[in-house]
Design a binder for this molecule. Structure first.
Ligand code: ADP
Length: 234
């Protein structure tokens, strides 16, 4: 994803970013098919599933187009963005997956100033972190899996915090957490966090993490500055 990345790493990164919406398409089509066979048939639920599939295909197409732009020009396509609303969208997108893993996701979003950012890129960065939190919470040792997302203003910008009650990050993984191809998952590619850091820092922001205590889970924090350049209507 970086302008300096090798073609190989770029290909893997691309695969990582579009595999999620495409597997969602497969899931929604499968659900639609099952509903067609159900008696009584409920056309509105079938339509809903097909509409969700279309939405995910549109998303995959958007990602491909954005990557093409980013690779060829390295530019950000910025628009005035409400990060609270953006986070709400991402959480809604993750909810089906969370439910399937027995994980609940909570969102607390304070009103925050609008910032002029590349919404699709930040959405992608946040999706990666929230997906990881869901994966971790699905492995929670103490009680049901929980993810809590908070959006708040800071002195000079906006902060998004993502907490999970998963098993935490082991010391060996911690040292390499944001490096490309670092993964402990069987089907993982280890590009999510590397990519998220790339996208957040391209906006002048920062991403870091901390342990919430032994066995208590992990907090990821994304901070984006509001600067005179990216402030909107300030
Ligand atoms: P992937 O999800 O494909 O493994 P990532 O770069 O997103 O790639 O994550 C790298 C690794 O960091 C994960 O495999 C996991 O071991 C660890 N990790 C990321 N987020 C968390 C989290 N919230 N709790 C525990 N471990 C995490």
């Amino acid at each position: 994803m970086t302008r300096h990345a090798t073609a190989g790493a770029m290909g893997v990164s691309l695969a990582h970013q579009i595999s999620q919406p495409l597997s969602n398409v497969a899931m929604y089509l499968h659900v639609g098919q099952q509903m067609l066979a159900a008696r009584p048939m409920e056309p509105s639920r079938i339509a809903d599933s097909l509409e969700k599939a279309t939405g995910q295909l549109r998303r995959a197409k958007d990602i491909l187009e954005r990557l093409r732009d980013f690779v060829s020009r390295g530019t950000l396509r910025t628009t005035p963005t409400d990060l609270g609303a953006l986070t709400r969208r991402v959480v809604a997108l993750a909810e089906d997956d969370a439910r399937a893993h027995g994980v609940s996701v909570r969102l607390d979003a304070d009103p925050v100033p609008q910032v002029t950012v590349d919404a699709l890129q930040l959405e992608q960065a946040l999706i990666n972190v929230i997906d990881n939190a869901i994966d971790a919470a699905a492995e929670a040792h103490r009680g049901p899996g929980r993810v809590a997302v908070r959006v708040a203003s800071t002195e000079n910008g906006v902060r998004i915090e993502i907490d999970d009650n998963g098993p935490g990050v082991s010391d060996t993984v911690a040292k390499h957490l944001f490096e490309p191809f670092m993964t402990t998952k069987q089907d993982g590619m280890g590009l999510g966090l590397a990519l998220s850091r790339e996208l957040v820092t391209a906006h002048g922001g920062a991403i870091d993490w901390q342990s919430l205590g032994p066995g208590e889970g992990t907090r990821f924090r994304i901070e984006l500055p509001v600067t005179p350049e990216n402030a909107h209507g300030a």
